[in-house]
Design a protein around this ligand. Sequence first.
Ligand code: HEC
Length: 126
Amino acid sequence: MKPRVYLATAALLMLSGAPLAAQDASKGEAVFKRCRACHAIGPGAANKAGPALTGIVGRKAGTVPGFNYSDAMKAAGAGGLTWTDDKLAQFLEAPDTTIPGNVMASAGIKNPTDRADLIAFLKLHR
Ligand code: HEC
């Protein structure tokens, strides 16, 4: 019995010692389920109803090749919008009011922890 308890304790310690970002990203993957209907991500991801999100963090808005963006999203990119953590967080909280006229039909992610986890997940796919 005892060795098992030790093993379990060691496993727990290893888990809690893991980098925070990795834990957040794995929770973020679950949050990303709310995006998958319209967005693919990862190597070779294709555009769906929404543009592929591979490499989205740090990229200029409205610039995935072959995706037919709204004028509002194209204008945001042309006006200098780059998807930093902060800009993504603002947009994902309230897509329609952050970029009026964009056509992403999503209510947004209101919970700040969910949003942070989601952005950590997006960053895994550069
Ligand atoms: C109902 C479909 C739909 C859902 C659900 C959706 N999106 Fe979108 N998303 C779109 C569309 C369409 C666009 C392009 C909007 C435009 O051109 O105005 C877009 C654009 C974006 C952009 C800007 C992309 C770029 O290249 O500039 C980001 C970032 C984004 N979505 C993230 C998300 C995330 C994260 C989620 C999940 C919380 C999500 N979206 C949920 C359809 C969706």
